[in-house]
Write a protein that binds this ligand. Sequence first.
Ligand code: MF3
Ligand code: CO
Length: 262
Amino acid sequence: MAFGERIPIKTRSEIEKMRTANLHVAEILLELREMVKPGITTRELDRYAEKAIAERGVESSFKGYDPHGLPKYPAVLCVSVNDEIVHGIPADRELEEEDIVSLDFGVSVDGFHGDSAVTVPVGEVDADTQKLLDVTSDALSLAIDTMVPGKRLSDIGHAVQERAESEGYSVVRVFAGHGIGRKLHEPPWIPNYGAPNRGPRLMQGMVLAIEPMVNVGRAEVKVLDDEWTAVTVDGSLSAHFEHTILVSEDGPDVLTRIEGSH
Ligand code: MF3
Ligand code: CO
């Protein structure tokens, strides 16, 4: 995804399709987060998501995804535990009390995609861990608040960085938010850091997926031998939250937010 490419503006009918896709994402993600308990395997979560996709007659945005000629992504869900940042592949790993787990999920309807992620505690976690989740979620909310027509693209990442770094956390730099629509990843690339008031102006009809990834320790990332799972280099905990948002005349319209969701 190159910088400087034009940011698609969605028509009314495209927005309706995106609303539908993102509503499915929000509902399934809410069901998945309720299944998170000690003892469940990450593959069981993926299986549930795959069944939900089939029942609703929608399509996975992730399964078979092939961004850079690496192995195609093999599941419908990314499940990233503790020091795993994003793109964890579902497997036989059982979730344990005190883990944190990021569930990242996307579907398409009539060719238009939806994308959202949430990080949840498994059972009880300590106050420091809960704080990482709260701050990352808060960073996403503050970023969303900037998404008003006329504001500029870098205001989004600036809001994330300010919130995360004010607690001594670091933001991951090698992954970013993105435009979303006919493709899961469209221009622009939306870093979770940067100076304010730079880049293109936000316009009514843009749809953007904003996804802060925040580490307790250093920002550096390494990718495991499976060529997907991204982990923190220093082994510190990482949290990830994502919403798909329409920039509307009245401000941000969070297409993946429903009652009870993040
Ligand atoms: N929400 C993630 C992203 O926007 C998930 C993509 S992973 C893949 O990058 F499965 F699609 F590859
Ligand atoms: Co995304």
